[in-house]
Design a protein around this ligand. Structure first.
Ligand SMILES: [Zn+2]
Length: 381
């Protein structure tokens, strides 16, 4: 959560950075080399990251016998058996559904609390890092008449560290107060990435819950489509869901645009130019701390933002005037930071965007090729 500790002496670092920048050292030879994602070979061993209760739950990780659980993780596609600790030794069951990121199974009678193990067809095992609590079948609380009346997620498109909180509004009917469970579910994999339990909620009244945008593991989830699933914690009732998209960056130029020179361009160009009508809004592609807000004869008015949880620096040049966010202040993903123009040495209004590897802009980092990331962000925002 805390800011990168690499910048201990801001003044000195900034002075050094500006001096280095002033010399406009154009020499750059290496371009970011993508790390290998692995290829065709032996399949990855299964990894279990979490176990949550899906049905007949007393809490997110407390289930009753005959309830249903979800084991989530990686490379779970060939799981053929789920083993529970039992009072008389382990009890194995066949999974109810199998996917690469999530496997579901019914909790057998006689199962006891403890870590859950999955076994693949070839006999490879993986154990859950945490324990699942199993209660007797009759411990369940029955919720009468629970029905979700309305669900709505806002905003439709959410961003990591975004300007707007990610919220779910919902309303339910029931014969009395109920414990309501809200799961954040990845649409494609079906995996539950986070769960919130709201105790003793009133039926027939508007409820709002805010999600912090982080998974159970404290990390931002992958880019893509998600849904909030609302259900009663306990036995009975139906569930409903509201969809939204979640992304880690937003495209910084908010208007019709075209791409100009990229990295290198035979002139040591350190970023990607994107052209748009003069005055087009520029937003932070990624939230973070404003490291530099200054003017330079080549860059014009420019901003350097230390991207939250990336270690990278994001640089926006040729802005119309000095950007609004002050040095040291926090900006959110998607927040307006200026307008695109042609200040400094620029042929026509355009945003010159740079992406610097850790520890950052003229602090020991190097300019990465921003073209692919920009086009990716452009595709969804
Ligand atoms: Zn440029």
């Amino acid at each position: 959560m805390s800011r990168s500790a690499t910048r201990t002496s801001t003044t000195r670092t900034r002075a050094a950075a500006l001096a280095a920048f002033a010399t406009l050292v154009a020499a750059l030879s290496s371009v970011a080399v993508a790390a290998g994602d692995g290829g065709i070979g032996t399949p990855d061993p299964p990894k279990v990251e979490d176990v949550v209760c899906l049905q007949r739950c007393l809490d997110v990780r407390t289930v009753t016998e005959t309830g249903r659980i979800e084991v989530s993780g990686k490379a779970l596609g060939s799981v053929s058996e789920v083993r529970f600790p039992g009072v008389e030794g382990r009890i194995a069951v066949a999974p109810r559904s199998v996917g690469a990121a999530a496997v579901t199974a019914e909790v057998p009678t006689g199962a006891a609390s403890g870590r859950v193990v999955v076994v693949t067809a070839s006999g490879t095992k993986a154990k859950s890092p945490g324990e699942l609590e199993v209660k007797p079948e009759d411990a369940i609380r029955t919720v009468d008449g629970f029905e979700v009346g309305r669900v709505a997620a806002t905003p439709d498109v959410a961003y990591f560290d975004g300007r707007k909180d990610i919220e779910l509004d919902y309303l339910f009917e029931a014969d009395g107060q109920a414990d309501v469970r809200i799961d954040v579910v990845a649409k494609q994999s079906g995996r539950t990435i986070d769960s919130i339990v709201e105790r003793d909620r009133q039926p027939y009244s508007n409820q709002t819950v805010t999600w912090d945008g982080l998974g159970e593991d404290g990390r931002p989830p992958r880019n893509g489509k998600y849904k909030f699933r609302v259900s009663a914690l306990g036995d009975g009732g139906s569930s409903d869901a509201a969809g939204f998209s979640y992304y880690d960056h937003k495209f910084p130029l908010r208007g019709r645009h075209g791409y100009g020179d990229g990295l290198g361009a035979g002139r040591g160009h350190q970023g990607q130019d994107v052209f748009a009508k003069c005055g087009t809004r520029v937003v932070a592609a990624r939230g973070g701390r404003v490291q530099v807000n200054a003017y330079h004869s080549s860059a014009g008015y420019y901003l350097v933002i230390d991207g939250k949880k990336t270690g990278k620096d994001y640089t926006y040049m040729h802005l119309e005037r000095r950007g609004r966010p002050k040095e040291g202040s926090r900006v959110r993903t998607g927040e307006v930071i200026g307008r695109e123009s042609d200040t400094g040495n620029a042929q026509g209004c355009h945003l010159h965007f740079e992406l610097w590897s850790a520890p950052g802009w003229y602090e020991g980092g190097r300019p990465l090729d921003p073209t692919r990331p920009l086009k990716k962000w452009d595709g969804w925002s």
